[in-house]
Design a binder for this molecule. Sequence first.
Ligand SMILES: Cc1cc2nc3c(=O)[nH]c(=O)nc-3n(C[C@H](O)[C@H](O)[C@H](O)COP(=O)(O)OP(=O)(O)OC[C@H]3O[C@@H](n4cnc5c(N)ncnc54)[C@H](O)[C@@H]3O)c2cc1C
Length: 487
Amino acid sequence: MPPGPRVSRLDAVVVGSGPNGLAAAITLAAAGLSVTVIEGAEVAGGGCRTDSSTLPGFRHDVCSAVHPLVAASPFFRRPVFDGLRRSLCQPAVPFAHPLDGGRAGAAHRSVDETADSLGPDGAAYRRLMGPLVDRAPVIVDQVLGPLRSVPAHPFALARFGLPGVPSARRLASRFECEPARALLAGVSAHSTARLTAPLTGAFGLLLGMAAHAVGWPVVQGGSSGIVAALSAELERLGATVVTGQPVRSLSELPESTAVVLDTSPGGLAALAGPDLPPGYGRALARFRHGPGVCKVDWALSGAVPWSAAVCRRAGTLHLGGTFAEVAHSESEVHAGRHPERPYCIVVQPGVADPTRAPDGHQTLWGYCHVPPGSTVDMTTAIEAQIERFAPGFSELVLARSTRTAAEQEAHNPNLVGGDVGGGAASLGQTLFRPTVSWNPYRTPVRGLYLGSASTPPGGGVHGMCGVFAARTVLHDHFGGPAPFGRR
Ligand SMILES: Cc1cc2nc3c(=O)[nH]c(=O)nc-3n(C[C@H](O)[C@H](O)[C@H](O)COP(=O)(O)OP(=O)(O)OC[C@H]3O[C@@H](n4cnc5c(N)ncnc54)[C@H](O)[C@@H]3O)c2cc1C
């Protein structure tokens, strides 16, 4: 295996260099530990990579593109990431949801501007979102926590939890008109769950609140800038990152006191093999993944001609039409079918970051949900949805590159079946992932920890899963304080 730093026994090895793996390594190295990160892919970064898969001069985010969670995460608030935070480019409109006939709902940076644009639903929007945005810092710290500690601000959390725990469908009943209802459907469907499922409202509220509180930024030059910042910090701390070394068994790893896995639960089971107690192995096998995604990147000869003007200023677009249409699309996916008119998430980074394409050109990023492991290329269906709300789009396409759900997993083993969230976002699995346990980062094997998006607080680029896994290592082996709440 890899050479690693010149020390006889490492304090810690991290397998996997996604944002959580790198955040775990930084937390450990910042505590003075000797750390090596071992990554299977040729390039570090997991879900934070940028490439030119269409044409030279066009920079596409391979996975994550929009980063409210970087802007909000306590991990990225460290002064060493000031430069990264300055490189976050804020679209004037965080997200918009076009409807037929040139109408759209849009989330602006200000709650008032958003409410004013929603006509008869403005007052209901202001009542729902205003108090959350006022309390955003405490709500974010709680939601991006291990979801275990007693809330320091229970009333702020109740403001979020009471409307959020029911489904998005229930939450949408507060609104009379389609722009507000569709806006909520589009943002809630990031959960990948049916819009009738509990907690889908919480996804919508959290991401909607983030649009007002911290924006939905893209990273100047692409999401790989996040990994560049993390890697620079690791280097400064003296840790090593080795790439191109897929790990197949724990026995391949250099000697260390602790190992943190930035892998799926299945990856943990495969690496630890017979070392895992059978009961824990069975619990890991019960872990459920969410639907997959089929993703397309486009090189365009110009900006997308959205019929609704507000969409031309939006970083992210949720396509799919009315609340009922989006809900139907998501339930089709959960029934194992490919929707004819899929709900799509589309990002146009060029509205905020002109560096992604040659002058006068644009990149576009988009995906739709599909059944797990799907090999179906959804490019035609996704492009039909864009064309529906932006007639003339197809004439701008210079080149495209598509990755099916099955290809997502081939590219990164953590994307099981193409699941981008590290696991299904059910109520149970949001609180208890990968198994039901007070400290889900600690495995029954001494010295072995899990710190990927398959642990709380779950998917997205925030690094907090890795941070809590690392704090558990520091507590268990190096005299650190309790990682959170009580043990
Ligand atoms: C298409 C797509 C779009 C997304 N969009 C967004 C977005 O806009 N905003 C957002 O916040 N999030 C987004 N996400 C989710 C986000 O990318 C993930 O939640 C995040 O990257 C999870 O981080 P992680 O460190 O847990 O795992 P990953 O980022 O998946 O990293 C895991 C790493 O571990 C490596 N690895 C796994 N097993 C082994 C092994 N056995 N040996 C060696 N290396 C191994 C993998 O190669 C990979 O590099 C998106 C994801 C995808 C796929």
